[in-house]
Write a protein that binds this ligand. Sequence first.
Ligand SMILES: [Zn+2]
Ligand SMILES: [Zn+2]
Length: 264
Amino acid sequence: MKQLRVDLHNHTVLCNHATGTTEDYIKRAIDLKIDIFGFSEHAPMNFDEKYRLKLQDKTFYENDVLSLKEKYKKDIKILLGYEVDYLKGDYILPEVIQSKVDYFIGSVHFINDGWGFDNPEFIGEYKNKDIDIIWQDYFEAIKAMVKTQKFDIVGHLDLIKVFKFLPNKDIKLIAQDALKQIKKANMVVEINSAGFRKPIGEQYPSKGLLELCFELDIPITFSSDAHSVDQVGLNYEKTTAIAKNIGYSKCTYFEQREKKEATF
Ligand SMILES: [Zn+2]
Ligand SMILES: [Zn+2]
């Protein structure tokens, strides 16, 4: 099995909250000797439209990534994906989920009827509800996302910790059902290094949840969730060290929605 450096979760300017050209992300990835580099733009949806790809830009995004994939194929393998939001209601667009992509990341950024809990603008909402209930609601949403069977990778599994508002209950107990569903659905969990740039100051998911993933034999992948060129590949060494410590030696990526394995 080949040893590869994989980074599957990266954004582009088209989501309106990222900077840098697609090509500059790729050049940075090549400099860092990343072997497999995937774009997973926030997919179009009729909710929170300001912070995501517009449906009318969808073809542009896909063609941009695919033409650069061809241009740089000798240096790096570029993959095309989407990060798709799951929230209660009928928000997943058929145009998105029918796209010919390498993979879909399923992410929960909204709970309790559209509360964007990871957005500093709405941080005040944490005061209005019991923190244990908020965490339970979040992992219920993760379970519902997994049960749709539409996605390949679970995005930032414990994003609800972003501002360091932690529950009183044992996190493993809150999350264990969701993890069993992830295993049953054959999904992959990403180790996302963006958390190092946030108040929580560590990767998603936590070491404890990753240990639970390992016990359940859930495959992992790596991602930097870059929203700027300097964030490409950031803290990769930290996340791989954590994964190795737990016992992982392989990571997974997808081509045309088919699982591939590599060592890391
Ligand atoms: Zn984003
Ligand atoms: Zn996300």
